[in-house]
Write a protein that binds this ligand. Structure first.
Ligand code: TRP
Length: 336
């Protein structure tokens, strides 16, 4: 099972809350596929989630189980993928400590994803230092496993770029290829808009559909979806660009010909929003029903899920520990 030629995948999600369809499209779907082709480590990023949640730490630890349930419910197989908890792998914090010396404050402040997050959170200059530096901790997550593939949404591309800079700097300074560069694996549809038409689906923006959404919640979300505000009568021609229902059909309807036909009809006029929404609702109900069922089933046995995470964490520590040995030896930090 541990084929040495298999690529190594490291990826994960902050445990700020249960996952939604944006996560599914951006990376979860790819991860379910990758576990058959690669050695995959899935990280429950509680430490990273704490970088801007120290006011409510228990919310973060409580959500570890929720995200783990989401992973298992979408089809992550714990015999193929190693699911582990970031805070329980101290080697990651230790590796971050060394990498932090290879990045400047100015570089950290230039990371576009961090910049946007600082703006959204209204930090201005009062940025928690752990928050500003989390891309370095993320680089430690990836490099501790010598991962070469990182399936993520497109907002994470700046993190991959920064990781590879750190890898090059580290290897340069120890004059040895200890750490390994990685590449992002982007999905066919790398980003799902929110149901309100905003560019990104996000729980905090209140425009998300949870993976655990009930049938009624799905109906309501689809009904609330932003379409073309000028498409007033069924006979009017409508706009497909910026229309959330069509963005979702692109992401979820496997019958591409059907989507092409619906788009053409909508543009010409004569296709009502309610018809397209009915089609999308059926797709989403069919996708989410088995996920919801599996999730409910797994949630009845939290101890069983924790046992999976505990086993995964032991494995993860072994791998990260081996890298850390190499790192410390390369730095000359092996005294005894
Ligand atoms: N930054 C990711 C998020 O916002 C979580 C994460 C932490 C991650 N470490 C990672 C993703 C390493 C990919 C690789 O959810």
């Amino acid at each position: 099972m541990t084929d040495l030629k298999q690529p190594v995948v490291l990826t994960g999600d902050r445990t700020t809350g249960p996952l939604h369809l944006g996560h599914y499209v951006g990376s979860l779907r790819a991860r379910v596929q990758l576990q058959y082709e690669a050695k995959q480590f899935l990280l429950l990023a509680d430490t990273q989630a704490l970088t801007d949640n120290m006011g409510s730490p228990h919310r973060i630890s409580r959500n570890v189980l929720e995200v783990a349930l989401d992973y298992l419910a979408v089809g992550i197989d714990p015999t193929r993928s190693t699911i582990f908890i970031q805070s329980q792998v101290p080697e990651l914090a230790e590796l971050s400590q060394y990498l932090l010396n290879l990045v400047t404050l100015a570089r950290l402040e230039r990371n576009p994803t961090i910049k946007e997050e600082i703006r959204l959170r209204g930090f201005e200059r009062d940025i928690p230092a752990g928050f500003l530096t989390y891309p370095v901790s993320q680089a430690a997550d990836i490099t501790a496993f010598k991962a070469t593939l990182v399936p993520v949404g497109d907002d994470q591309l700046p993190m991959i770029e920064q990781t590879n800079e750190l890898v090059r700097r580290f290897n340069n300074s120890v004059e040895r290829a200890v750490l390994v560069e990685c590449e992002a694996v982007l999905a066919r549809v790398p980003r799902l808009p929110g149901i309100d038409g905003k560019a990104k689906m996000s729980k905090s923006l209140g425009n998300a559909i949870q993976l655990a959404a009930s049938p009624d919640e799905i109906v309501k979300a689809v009904n609330d979806m932003y379409t073309d505000p000028n498409h007033l009568r069924v006979s009017d021609p409508g706009r497909v660009e910026g229309n959330v229902v069509f963005a979702f059909l692109d992401a979820f309807e496997p019958d591409i010909e059907l989507v092409t036909e619906l788009k053409a009809q909508y543009r010409r006029g004569g296709l009502g929003d309610s018809v397209v929404k009915r089609e999308l609702n059926e797709r989403l109900q069919a996708l989410l029903a088995p996920i919801r069922e599996r999730r409910l089933e797994l949630a009845r046995d939290p101890a069983g899920v924790l046992a999976i995470l505990s086993r995964g964490t032991v494995l993860a520590r072994e791998t990260a520990g081996a890298t850390l040995c190499d790192v410390k030896a390369a730095l000359g930090l092996s005294y005894f």
